[in-house]
Design a binder for this molecule. Structure first.
Ligand SMILES: *Cc1c(COP(=O)(O)O)cnc(C)c1O
Length: 388
């Protein structure tokens, strides 16, 4: 069978494990398989590897190592923050989030709503920004927690977290952020932000899947989701995923060292791609077009055609990207994020998410620039909505 070269443009969905990360992980599957909680010397070494990873991760976000809790990923960290805090502090209180959160936060909030809690879903501007006045007005005496993501996975908009956190803290309300798309990509400083809880994930930063982090200030208490032995200071039971944790530690260290270099390489590629798409394809919209946008992300609506149809043609050429978000692309509902920024249903249906990463080269972008315009032209020629 002929193999098609892959052009991977979907780094917001997941990233390959960096070879340097994999190299660190390997021996913890075999030679150093021991349970970190056990007594003997080898177990002590596994435990030391865990703590070394905790240090590496804490340095990436400027945290104390003791405030890092390892989980099974971004989704669990988000659930642990939202459900854990609410169950600790609230007897049927009020939670504030945004309309453009990842399903890991959104669906945890919907579950709480079904169970007697009140939830406010803040709207966003046409570029996807939460308005700080809206947040201020929505806080009540019963508000327990605000959870607003740092950068959006579909359109890349980066929220003014410092400002939003300050507003919550003026009213004594806890603040959590899903920072899966920012940690490792742009500087994140939990102490500078004075944030109470923050989530991120291994597989979005060239680490392995199935491992994540919840940062939590010491004085913030949460209920566990998983009960068992007293691992992770009683916050998250279960024998630690030692290879995964070693992996996210190494990935964090590499991200801290290479962040500026990756941005310098990738931002011009994204900008060139955006410029070329605007030049070569009529009637497209750039979603989340604000200076407060992740340097790797480009979300475009191509009017009069379906994103899924475009993806099918691009896939034949080896181009891997998303329409809307990977998590919702199995359903035919338009992306909740694109609807929240005010797109019409039909324009949301024609959206593509291109997200670049550190292994992309100019030829990846060139390939899309070459292939996309004729695909769009062909699909539009078959579309009843496209007037030639
Ligand atoms: C990928 C992602 C998650 C989920 O992380 P997993 O480790 O895949 O569970 C949560 N939030 C955002 C913004 C994401 O991009």
């Amino acid at each position: 069978m002929e193999t098609v070269r892959e052009y991977y443009l979907d780094y917001n969905a997941t990233t390959p494990v960096d070879p340097g990360v994999l190299k660190e992980m390997t021996r913890f599957f075999s030679l150093q398989f021991h349970n970190p909680s056990s007594f003997y010397r080898k177990a002590g070494e596994a435990n030391q590897a865990l703590e070394a990873a905790r240090n590496q991760v804490s340095q990436l976000i400027h945290a104390d190592a003791g405030d890092i809790y390892f989980t099974s990923g971004g989704t669990e960290s988000d659930n642990l923050a939202v459900l854990g805090a609410v169950r600790k502090y609230g007897k049927k209180g009020h939670i504030i989030t945004s309309q453009i959160e990842h399903p890991a936060v959104l669906n945890a909030c919907k579950y709480l709503e079904k169970n007697g809690y009140e939830v406010t879903y803040l709207p966003v501007s046409p570029v996807g920004l939460v308005n700080s006045e809206d947040l201020k007005k929505s806080i009540k005496d019963s508000t327990i927690l605000v959870s607003i993501m740092h950068a959006n996975n579909e359109i890349g908009t980066i929220q003014p977290l410092r400002q939003l956190i300050e507003i919550a803290h003026q009213r004594g309300v806890l603040f959590h952020s899903d920072a899966v798309q920012t940690v490792g990509r742009i500087p994140v400083d939990v102490k500078g932000l004075d944030i109470d809880m923050l989530s991120f994930s291994g597989h979005k930063i060239y680490g392995p899947k199935g491992v994540g982090v919840l940062y939590k200030k010491k004085r913030v208490k949460i209920e566990p989701l998983v009960f068992g032995g007293g691992h992770e200071q009683g916050v998250r039971a279960g024998t630690e995923n030692v290879p995964g944790i070693v992996g996210i530690g190494k990935a964090a260290q590499m991200a801290a060292a290479g962040m500026a270099q990756t941005e310098a390489k990738i931002r011009p590629l994204r900008d060139r791609l955006q410029k070329k798409i605007l030049e070569t394809i009529p009637e497209v919209l750039i979603n989340g077009d604000t200076p407060e946008r992740l340097f790797n992300t480009l979300n475009v609506s191509i009017k009069y055609i379906e994103g899924e149809a475009i993806l099918a043609f691009l896939d034949q050429e080896g181009l891997a990207l998303s329409s809307g978000s990977a998590c919702s692309s199995k359903s035919l509902d338009p992306s909740h994020v694109l609807l929240a920024i005010g797109l019409k249903h039909e324009d949301a249906h024609g959206s593509l998410r291109i997200s670049l990463g550190k292994f992309n080269e100019p030829e990846d972008v060139d390939k899309l620039i070459e292939v996309l315009p004729p695909v769009v032209e062909r699909l539009r020629s078959m579309s009843p909505f496209w007037r030639k």
